[in-house]
Design a protein around this ligand. Structure first.
Ligand code: NI
Length: 178
């Protein structure tokens, strides 16, 4: 297990469409996902997608009990999600601040679907099928965007709500401003 380098915005590998995982339950997959968790925890992140460490596969992980990055967020169960399919369940959208480990130091307000169903598999090939809302729905949309080469700044519509975390949220722990 190892902490991997997180690619930063500007790296063309973050703009690719990721390939579906074909084989579940392999040792390579286990090691990759362990590295993803090590990398996410090391960076105090709420989620991470495989393309962010240069692996062009449809794999995202997310989840936390409490995160300083998003102190008001309700807990999200630790989840490994492969080959995800998202279905929007209502027209309702919500705006909130987002950050990204590939866009260190910045935060922006992004509009996301409020209600969502996501389907896919865990690393063993077990089916995952959940209906979620709020921050959980936001995290899933953000991470799955990484699988189609989309970073959250591409979704910002009001650039007056985009800036440095240390300026926007001066009380934030500096360890969590990436
Ligand atoms: Ni991200």
């Amino acid at each position: 297990m190892a902490v991997r380098e997180i690619l930063k915005m500007g790296d063309s590998r973050l703009l690719r469409k990721a390939e579906p995982v074909q084989k579940f339950g392999t040792r390579e997959l286990d090691e990759l996902i362990a590295d993803m968790f090590d990398t996410m925890h090391d960076a105090n992140g709420a989620g991470l997608a495989a393309p962010q460490i240069g692996v062009n596969l449809q794999i995202v992980i997310f989840g936390f009990k409490k995160t300083q990055r998003y102190p008001d967020a309700t807990p999200v169960p630790e989840t490994v999600l492969l080959n995800p399919v998202l279905t929007v369940l209502s027209d309702e959208t919500e705006e909130d601040w987002e950050g990204c480990l590939s866009v260190p130091g910045l935060r922006g307000v992004v509009s996301r679907h409020a209600h969502l169903r996501y389907q896919g598999f865990d690393q063993f090939g077990h089916v995952i099928d959940r209906e979620v809302d709020g921050f959980h729905a936001r995290v899933v949309q953000h991470e799955c965007d990484h699988l189609v080469g989309m970073l959250y700044p591409m979704r910002i519509t009001d650039f007056s709500c985009f800036g440095y975390a240390s300026v926007l949220f001066p009380d934030m722990d500096p360890n969590d401003d990436d």
